[in-house]
Each structure stands twice: as structure tokens, then as C-alpha cells.
Design a binder for this molecule. Structure first.
Ligand code: NAD
Length: 509
């Protein structure tokens, strides 16, 4: 595996390869650090209020033009963007690794997800159709049409620095909307690179209005200006529930639409009939992968008492042996660092809290701090809990897996649902009754419910999102596109009479 002299050099070369002008990442007051080593890799300039104003004004003008471009022609832009992403996959994937700390296959996987949603959106650009509805009145026809909505604000989290933008943007573009993107302040470089790829695709396609896609670097202040702007009819915000609590009411206050994709506290149930080899692999990926920093990471595990001891011992073996470290410096690493020191401190505090509540903690200690004193690598933690209490009810964005024994399936199911969050879930069982119950109306209360796979690693074809404190938003596949459009119901009278609905009579003259 090749390691550049310093990550800063690597970043400079990658951004250069991707075509990002040097002045966009070499000056400015925002310091960008890589969680892989903690070193400074770039400087970027935050957007000011005037930049937000300019972006929204341009987006509004772009909207008036873009909404009249036929949807399949809008799809052409997204098709070419998909091609640019294919070409840039290795470089952009590596940049994701450096900026967000993901292992290379996950960094590239994130770019693949962008490509997949582009493909999906291209097909969608010929399928933005509504219904024809039977009218109760003679010689009348009812129909619904879907029209473009307007500029879409997209606020994203650090842990999926580029994929979340693409889930929103690919749909928004084919639906006829401009996108104004406020990426996480922790991952601005990948956003700048994606914007350049977009600009290249737009130049190739031609006649794409200026301001159709903008990136505004900055922290929550920049996001708030976007959230409060009445010219932005939809804001899709991905991040913590704390962020959603601030953003949701502000959008509601001005009757704007929101897609909120917030925190999860995802669980799996392992039943007596489960294939334990398969479950072990799935649980390990879901709980340890991305160093527990996925919204869908597995955080709670309910294991039937007949298989509990065997599975916990096997999990401990995995937790004790899995390779943690700098994925660019070592082969075979399966989990990189936490995003920063704050995340590490939160993890340690939560482990102490769990211990005080009777939890038995296995793992969780810092590793490689001698090599990387400014980076935060941790061994994932397995915590056997006596009850679902304390930190088990919250999302801690770190690799902590709480484990509990159960003997009654319905009790496990009730515990599964008894948390404020409702993002993703799964069951491991070969008993069709248990599986079907878990997926049924009286089963998992999450937006995503899987069987015999873990809760993380969704495909773009399905609608993605969750219930309760996860915010209720849906992005990506299925009919999630409808959130980015305005539905118009039209009734057409092709007769000479004027019958009124519900038999109402109103005779004049
Ligand atoms: P975060 O809440 O700290 O920040 C997310 C984004 O929101 C950032 O761009 C931030 O600048 C912005 N922001 C914060 N406060 C804001 C405000 N008041 N107004 C406008 N913008 C504001 O989250 P994070 O640490 O970057 O990401 C981790 C969190 O994101 C976890 O809780 C995770 O579960 C969640 N997440 C959810 C999904 C999902 O689809 N449900 C996907 C990825 C991440």
C-alpha cells in the first residue's frame, strides 16, 4: 500500500487530479484535518451571509430556467455526472478516506453509491408520472401532475460526506430543482471536489443554468441562514437528532418542507434458529464497520439465551482481533479512526456510564496513540448490559455494541422498539413466523427492517430513512422523489354541463 510523504501532499495531488482550483483549498480560515493522523491537510474559506444570499438568488434564477427543461433532458446532466463520478471513483474515494477516515473499500463504496443513485435518477427522469383518477362527474377527467418545487437546501453530516448529497441532488436535478449544499464543516474537501465534477458535467452537457449547484462551506451558522430563507421551499438535513430539533421547527415556522435524516439506535435480534456464522459476519460489519459511525450502525443486540454464550464468545474473539488502524498505512484494516477527540471523549464517558449501571465492558480502549497522538483509534467495545437503560437509549456515534440476553421473542421485540429512535433494524432467524412478525405491523417500528442481514449498508433502490427521533424523512429510491416535487391535481370538464361534486346544486340565472 502506498503512503504519500504527508497526507497534505496526498490531498493536494488528489484535489489537483480532480480539478479543484488550488485557491479553493489552500487559503481561508477553516482548517481541515484528517482523522487518520490528525494533521492539517488543507485550509478552506467559509461562506459568509452574502455568499448564501448570492447562492440562493442564483438558484432561484436557475430554477426558472431549469424547471422548463424536459425531465429526460435534465436526466442527461445526471447521466454525465455519473460518468464523471465513475472516472473519479478512485481519487474521490481516497479523499473520502482521508477526510472522513473510512477504509478504502468504504470510501470507494460511497462513490459507487453516488454512481448508483445517478443511474437510478436517469431512469426516473422518464418516470415522473402521476395518476389519472376516475371522476364522479360525467365528462370530467381528473389527473395529477408533478412539477418542480424550487431550490433545495441540502445539509449533510460528516460520516457520509458525499453520498448523502447525491441521494438528494440526483433526484432534485431530474425533478427540476437547483441544489444548495452545506456540507459538514468537518468534510469540506470532498464537497469541493464533487462540485467541480458537477461543473465539468454541466459544461459537457451545455445549457445548464449557472447556480444549479452550489456549495457553501461553513458550520451551523451557514446552515441556519439557508434554513431560514423563504426562497428555499425544501431543506433536506442529515445529522444528529439535536440538529433536527433545531432545524425542524424553523422550517415548520415558515411552512417549508423538510426531509430530516437524523440519529439512529439500531438493533438486531438473534433467534435460536439463526445461522450464527452468517449472523457473526453481519453483526461485525454493522457494529464495527466505519468505526461505528454510520447512522445505521448496529448499537443494540438481543440474543436468545440458547445461543447467547456461544455468540458472545465468538464476538469477543472478533472484537479482540479485528484490525484497527490507519487504513492507508496498513493492509487488512477494517475500522479506521473516530472523527475527532470529542467523539473519543464521548465514547469513553458513555462506557464509564454503562459500567456504573452494571454493564460489562469488553474493549473500547484507545490504540495507536503512540503512533498518532492527534488521531483517535479505538478498539470497538462490546458491553453486556443487565437491562436496556442509560446510554443504551441514546445514540453514541462510536463503535459500542450493547448486548442483552432474552428468552421471550415478544419481550425482545418490545425492547427493540422501546427507544426514541427508529432508523434501522434486523432479525437473524430461520423461523418464518419470527421473521414475518418482525417485518409485520406489530414488528419493528423502524423505517428499515431487514432479515438475515445487519441493519447497515442499504442499497439506493429503496427509500432510506427512519421514524420517531430519526425524523421521518425518506431519501434515495422508491418514490422518495415525490418530496422534491409539487403535486398538482387537475380536473378537466370536456362536457357542456357543470355538475358539481358531491351533488351540490348552485343554480344561478
Ligand atoms: P451534526 O448534527 O453535528 O451535523 C450535521 C450537519 O448539520 C452539519 O453540516 C452541521 O453543520 C449542520 N448543523 C448543525 N446544527 C445546525 C443548525 N442548527 N442549523 C443548520 N445546520 C446545522 O451531525 P454529524 O456529527 O455531522 O453526523 C452524525 C450524525 O448524523 C449522527 O447522529 C448520525 O446518526 C446522523 N446521520 C443520520 C443519517 C440518516 O440518514 N438518518 C445519515 C448520516 C448521519
Amino acid at each position: 500500500m502506498t503512503v504519500a510523504t504527508t497526507l497534505a501532499t496526498d490531498v493536494r495531488d488528489l484535489l489537483h487530479d480532480l480539478g479543484v482550483p488550488r485557491d479553493r483549498f489552500s487559503q481561508g480560515s477553516r482548517v481541515v484535518r484528517s482523522p487518520l493522523t490528525g494533521e492539517i491537510v488543507a485550509h478552506v474559506q467559509d461562506a459568509g451571509r452574502a455568499d448564501v444570499e448570492k447562492a440562493v438568488t442564483q438558484a432561484k434564477t436557475a430554477f426558472l430556467e431549469w424547471r422548463s427543461v424536459p425531465a429526460p433532458k435534465r436526466g442527461e446532466l445526471v447521466r454525465v455526472l455519473g460518468e464523471e463520478l465513475r472516472r473519479a471513483k478512485t481519487s474521490l474515494g481516497r479523499l473520502v478516506t482521508i477526510e472522513a477516515g473510512k477504509i478504502p473499500s468504504e470510501g470507494e463504496g460511497e462513490v459507487q453509491e453516488m454512481i448508483d443513485i445517478c443511474d437510478f435518477a436517469v431512469g426516473l427522469s422518464r418516470q415522473l408520472y402521476g395518476l389519472t383518477i376516475a371522476s364522479e362527474r360525467p365528462n370530467h377527467r381528473m389527473m395529477e401532475q408533478w412539477h418542480p418545487l424550487g431550490p433545495v437546501g441540502v445539509i449533510t453530516s460528516f460520516n457520509f460526506p458525499v453520498a448523502v448529497w447525491s441521494w438528494n441532488a440526483a433526484l432534485a436535478f431530474v425533478c427540476g430543482n437547483p441544489v444548495i449544499w452545506k456540507p459538514s464543516e468537518k468534510t469540506p474537501l470532498t464537497a469541493l471536489a464533487v462540485q467541480v465534477l458537477f461543473e465539468r458535467a454541466a459544461a459537457k452537457v451545455g445549457r445548464v443554468p449557472h447556480g444549479l449547484s452550489t456549495v457553501l462551506i461553513g458550520d451551523r451558522d451557514v446552515g441556519e441562514v439557508l434554513v431560514d430563507d423563504p426562497r428555499v421551499p425544501l431543506v433536506s438535513a442529515t445529522g444528529s437528532t439535536a440538529m433536527g430539533r433545531m432545524v425542524g421547527p424553523r422550517l415548520a415556522q415558515r411552512f417549508a418542507r423538510s426531509i430530516l435524516e437524523l440519529g439512529g439506535n439500531n438493533a438486531s435480534i438473534v433467534c435460536p434458529s439463526a445461522d450464527l456464522d452468517l449472523a457473526l459476519r453481519a453483526i461485525s460489519f454493522a457494529a464495527i464497520g466505519t468505526a461505528g459511525q454510520r447512522c445505521t450502525s448496529l448499537r443494540r443486540l438481543f440474543i436468545h439465551d440458547t445461543v447467547y454464550d456461544e455468540l458472545v464468545v465468538r464476538l469477543q474473539q472478533v472484537y479482540g482481533s479485528v484490525r484497527i488502524g490507519n487504513p492507508l498505512a496498513n493492509d487488512g484494516v477494517l475500522a479506521g479512526p473516530l472523527i475527532d477527540g470529542d467523539a473519543f471523549e464521548r465514547m469513553q464517558n458513555v462506557l464509564l456510564e454503562a459500567q456504573k449501571l452494571g454493564g460489562e465492558v469488553y474493549g473500547g480502549e484507545r490504540v495507536d496513540d503512540d503512533k498518532y497522538p492527534s488521531a483517535y483509534y479505538v478498539r470497538p467495545a462490546l458491553v453486556e448490559m443487565p437491562a436496556q437503560i442509560g446510554p443504551m437509549l441514546r445514540e453514541t456515534f462510536a463503535p459500542i455494541l450493547y448486548v442483552m440476553k432474552y428468552s421471550d421473542f415478544d419481550v425482545a421485540l418490545a425492547l427493540h422498539n422501546d427507544v426514541p429512535q427508529g432508523l434501522s433494524s434486523s432479525i437473524f432467524s430461520n423461523d418464518v413466523r419470527e421473521v414475518e412478525k418482525f417485518l409485520s405491523v406489530s414488528g419493528s417500528d423502524c423505517g428499515i427492517a431487514n432479515a438475515n442481514i445487519g441493519p447497515s449498508g442499504a442499497e439506493i433502490g429503496g427509500a432510506f430513512g427512519g421514524e420517531k427521533e430519526t425524523g421521518g424523512g425518506r431519501e434515495a429510491g422508491s418514490d422518495a422523489w415525490k418530496a422534491y416535487m409539487r403535486r398538482v391535481t387537475s380536473t378537466i370538464n370536456f362536457g357542456h354541463e357543470l355538475p358539481l361534486a358531491q351533488g351540490v346544486r348552485f343554480d344561478v340565472g
